[in-house]
Write a protein that binds this ligand. Sequence first.
Ligand SMILES: NC(=O)c1ccc[n+]([C@@H]2O[C@H](COP(=O)([O-])OP(=O)(O)OC[C@H]3O[C@@H](n4cnc5c(N)ncnc54)[C@H](O)[C@@H]3O)[C@@H](O)[C@H]2O)c1
Length: 360
Amino acid sequence: MKQNTVLVTGGMGFIGRRLIARLAQRTDVTSVVALDNFHPQVHGETPDKSLDGAVVEEGSVSDRVFFEGVLERHDPDVIFHLAAETGTGQSYHEISRYCNTNINGTAHLIEGLRKLPDKARRLVLASSRAVYGEGAYRSSTGEIFTPKPRPSETMAKGVFDLYDSFGAPATPVATPEGITLRPSSIYASTKLMQEYICVQGLDNTSIQPVILRFQNVYGPGQSSRNPYTGVLSIFGQQILDGKVLNIYEDGEIVRDFVYIDDIVEALMLAAVSGNVDDEPINVGSGVSTTIRYAAECLLCELGATKKNLRISGDFRPGDIRFALADNGRARTLLGYEPKVNLETGIAQLARHIKSERSQR
Ligand SMILES: NC(=O)c1ccc[n+]([C@@H]2O[C@H](COP(=O)([O-])OP(=O)(O)OC[C@H]3O[C@@H](n4cnc5c(N)ncnc54)[C@H](O)[C@@H]3O)[C@@H](O)[C@H]2O)c1
């Protein structure tokens, strides 16, 4: 990394902390700044504010004066913009809160960056595969399309799969970046807006935006308090509490679970690659996994049996059925290759959850 000062917004969160630990190992990074408001939903009422290897700036991205002050004081060369409200379901009920943090926060970032001295900088945005909605499917006639969200009435009848316009079953495929976007939650819409603000707001500047669309990130360090995000972390807590896991729909919901260290690697590559453009880049494992299988792995790692899992047929309106990244652009532009398979990653997560519990 030629640049020296790095700012990580949301730097005290799951991905931010792991990224900062990695940045601290680099001799070419002279200073790291973590901006974070210690959101109680993520950090609880008595957050751990200690962080090795970084200066912590406590405050909110939605506070324009504070955010611009941080930018002015530190004049960062690389900015990783991770601070966000992240609960898909919650966003429906907390629209203005999600817009304030995710949209206004990003607007403040861009306005603040444009006031800094003109020099080459890089902004890496943590966007989400949520912007796709259901993502790519192949119709019975072979066309690739993005289906509309599944109607609740259909799901209530136990029909969870998707169909094409002829009423024939559609086949899910890996989603490339260029597909029609159908964000199906307020959270997803704010993430898409973040992308647009970064690209349009930095047009005609020396600042290069790099947009990464993450799949479901999991691993040690994800908040065990936040009930709105991180299905595997939530399952882990429920297993240790002796609860039966409620697996929605028919258990065959598919996610692309990508391990935290692979995400950190993608972020590092995005900060330095000479090959990037303004177009978004998917970052996933490239492997499709059913929620049922992931839950079974976690049960096994935490010493519970499959009896602690119940396929309930419950569903959440707006939930997507199938997520899988086409990592082609990440591979070509960043040289990204995911390295941690699900079984290894879940074993690491289970070890972390157990050790966290034993320290309570
Ligand atoms: N974890 C995933 O599966 C996933 C998937 C896709 C995209 N992302 C994106 O990656 C980024 C980081 O996610 P994460 O999993 O580390 O989440 P996280 O909740 O663990 O971390 C987010 C951090 O941002 C901070 N924050 C929230 N609101 C803030 C505000 N107004 N001002 C300053 N700081 C604020 C929180 O205190 C927290 O420390 C987010 O932008 C998220 O949308 C995550």
